[in-house]
Design a protein around this ligand. Sequence first.
Ligand code: TGC
Ligand code: FAD
Length: 390
Amino acid sequence: MPYAPADPMDLFDLRSELSEEDRLVQDSVARFVDENVLPVIRGHFERHTFPRDIVAGLAGLGLLGSSIEGYGCAGLGPIAYGLICQELERGDSAIRSFVSVQSSLCMYPIFTYGSEAQRQRWLPAMARGERIGCFGLTEPHGGSDPANMKTHARRRNGDWVLNGAKMWITNSPLADVAVVWASTEEGVRGFLVERGTKGFETPEIENKFSLRASATGSIFLDDVVVPDEDMLPGSTVGLKAPLSCLTQARYGITWGVIGAAQACLRELLEYTRTRTLFDRPLAANQAVQIRLAEMSRRITTSQLLSLQLGRLKQAGKMTPAQVSMAKWHNCRAALDVARDARDLLGGAGISAEYVPIRHALNLESVITYEGTETIHQLSIGRELTGINAF
Ligand code: TGC
Ligand code: FAD
């Protein structure tokens, strides 16, 4: 058979490993991103605004709570969810973040730990994008150690009274409902707190230099009364429930960041072929080709990790340590690709006209949230040695 050059974004032809359904999902999300995200995202990044207009489109494609069966959700498998994240983050990490939080951090705990009444009330409306959720775990004094939780819920006349503060909460300024984790006398539990409840405030965090197209805020809880029926009854007492939500979202992030890295490499390939320096295309220099090859190696190893992780998830065998390895590896790989692409664009690399600077700035958040790089390294260290070094 004659040799045909591989797709530079898929050197190991992993697309041929996908099911027909997964390919259809990927193609339709890719089209959506090309038509609805790429034309507007730069403006939103520059203005520091979330593109709220696209929420209906995300919902229309079944991308909100896509892994949930029933309740108006699409019931897709883990590889399809990964591909959704990958294509969305090719547009911008903010869009993938929105979908991660709505799907993995809000709809997932309501589905997994909620009562039937809570599922009926929230999930169909959230799948339609009519209700937006946020997830409040991190607190101002330190997000890496959620066990040291200060936000608390105390029982009063059959209700719960919540006090405390959460910080760096994606979607909180937009959210209709917040999944708030609070410490109780029995341990940590999840609560659904609705906008409009007295004492519940969600001011936006301004002036971010990263994820500028995402709405990030705080949550302040000042004697907020939450009825007992809005406590997540299945949330086991302790950190297991919130950490299980993080596992779902981190899985999606491992795929998402591949999309950001691909966007950078694709643009850079074009740029280095067409920019002439010292009488030859930039891409004709060995030093440049080695850097492009490095980017491709980082993307390919990330793709292989995520695909295998997806297969393990599908088989019900995925472990938190595997997720930590892929989250650490793929975020680091994508950030290195974006920073190096920025450098190879020279001065143009600092302009929003090219995508690497936007992706690099976004990835500075992505490598920090959902567990910093160090937290994931220490999780793997604990898995290997059996010694907790946090
Ligand atoms: P540890 O003793 O390890 O665990 C307590 C219990 O939870 C279980 N567990 C998990 N279960 C499911 N998934 C996981 N990933 C789990 N990790 C642990 C564990 O088995 C145990 O169960 P049991 O039955 O024995 O009680 O807890 P630890 O206090 O030692 O903490 C470990 C550590 C440091 C890894 C954890 O605290 C951690 O992951 N810290 C980082 C916090 C973090 O990632 N926060 C993210 C906030 S949300 C966010 O950033 C959203 S950004 C969204 C976006 O815009 O995309
Ligand atoms: P800290 O925990 O204070 O860590 C500071 C530094 O110390 C880090 O480099 C860390 O790696 C290091 N460190 C910590 N412990 C150790 C140790 N034992 N040994 C060595 N080094 C250590 N949270 C939510 O709950 N919901 C959200 O929706 C959400 N969205 C976010 C959106 C954005 C844009 C950002 C930036 C953050 C978001 N977060 C959210 C918070 C995020 O999860 C935290 O920022 C993250 O977990 C780190 O917590 P921290 O910022 O308090 O840093």
